[in-house]
Design a protein around this ligand. Structure first.
Ligand SMILES: [Zn+2]
Length: 276
């Protein structure tokens, strides 16, 4: 079934109130989750000195047509970013994944397919997150240092896997919703410039809808932000690991270890974690 998260179709986008609800939820959920999951990042880590720094991230790629537009835009402004790619799209467009790395950007793990972890059995979630990592390593020769579950939806399986494999979870605090048909380059610009603050992580997309406006929006917005003193960097550590030194074992080996339990994310359990 085609979906927006595959590269060729927008056929199964939700509509009406569901889209609106998801949009609002996507703004609020990362903050709520970060209050309970201690090693979840929605902003860059604190660092001394320069504070007008933020990270641009692009989800759901690579795509054949959209990725080159983003790479060209980033190169024009001398910026590096992080692409949270889907394993199935890396397989479909391997050259694009390698072009992202060759241009000095980093790859994050957005899982093999754009699954909803809240509706997926824990073993299958583990298989998707592991296979996403493995496909990136095999195809692009780098290990993703961060993961971002599709829709940002966390479960115990995701949190525990990320801890065991030291692939921390990065969500966002700025979410212009460039994957929605009704947003425009101008509305995206207003959200980006209105919500950007020190150490923000901006979630944008690399798909068939976003490619119609996100590169244009960045082209309009970045010169002014850079003039005002803003700089943008990939997520820290995302380029430091090399796949040849720490290859990820096949998913079956990890599932067989029986180390990950699941269920929807139990907030109270994580609250205890956070307090520990
Ligand atoms: Zn996504």
């Amino acid at each position: 079934m085609a979906s927006i998260w595959e590269s060729q179709s927008t056929a199964s986008q939700p509509s009406g109130w569901r889209r609106s609800f998801r949009h609002r939820f996507a703004h609020l959920w990362p903050r709520a989750a970060a209050a309970y999951v201690r090693d979840l990042s929605i902003r860059l880590p604190e660092s001394p000195g320069h504070q007008k720094i933020a990270a641009l991230t692009f989800d759901d790629g690579p795509t054949d047509a959209g990725t080159p537009l983003l790479l060209e835009c980033l190169a024009r402004h001398g910026l590096k970013a992080t692409f949270f790619v889907l394993g199935e799209n890396v397989r479909r467009f391997p050259a694009r994944a390698r072009e992202i790395v060759a241009a000095g950007h980093s790859l994050g793990n957005h899982f093999r397919r754009h699954i909803d972890c809240w509706k997926t059995r824990p073993r299958e979630v583990i298989r998707e997150i592991t296979e996403g990592t493995r496909i990136i390593e095999e195809t692009a020769g780098v290990s993703p240092a961060w993961c971002r579950p599709p829709f940002g939806r966390l479960t115990h399986a995701v949190v525990k896997w990320s801890r065991i494999h030291q692939q921390p979870i990065a969500l966002w605090d700025v979410f212009p919703a460039d994957y929605l048909e009704e947003t425009t380059a101008e509305s995206l610009r207003q959200v980006l410039e209105g919500r950007l603050r020190a150490r923000s992580i901006v979630c944008l997309h690399d798909n068939v809808v976003s490619m119609q406006k996100t590169p244009a929006m960045l082209g309009q917005s970045l010169p002014g932000l850079i003039s005002a003193g803003w700089s943008f960097s990939p997520l820290p550590g995302a380029t430091a690991r090399n796949a040849s030194t720490q290859p990820t074992p096949p998913a079956a080996a990890l599932i067989g270890a029986g180390s990950v339990d699941d269920g929807a994310l139990d907030i109270s359990a994580n609250a205890r974690d956070a307090a520990a």
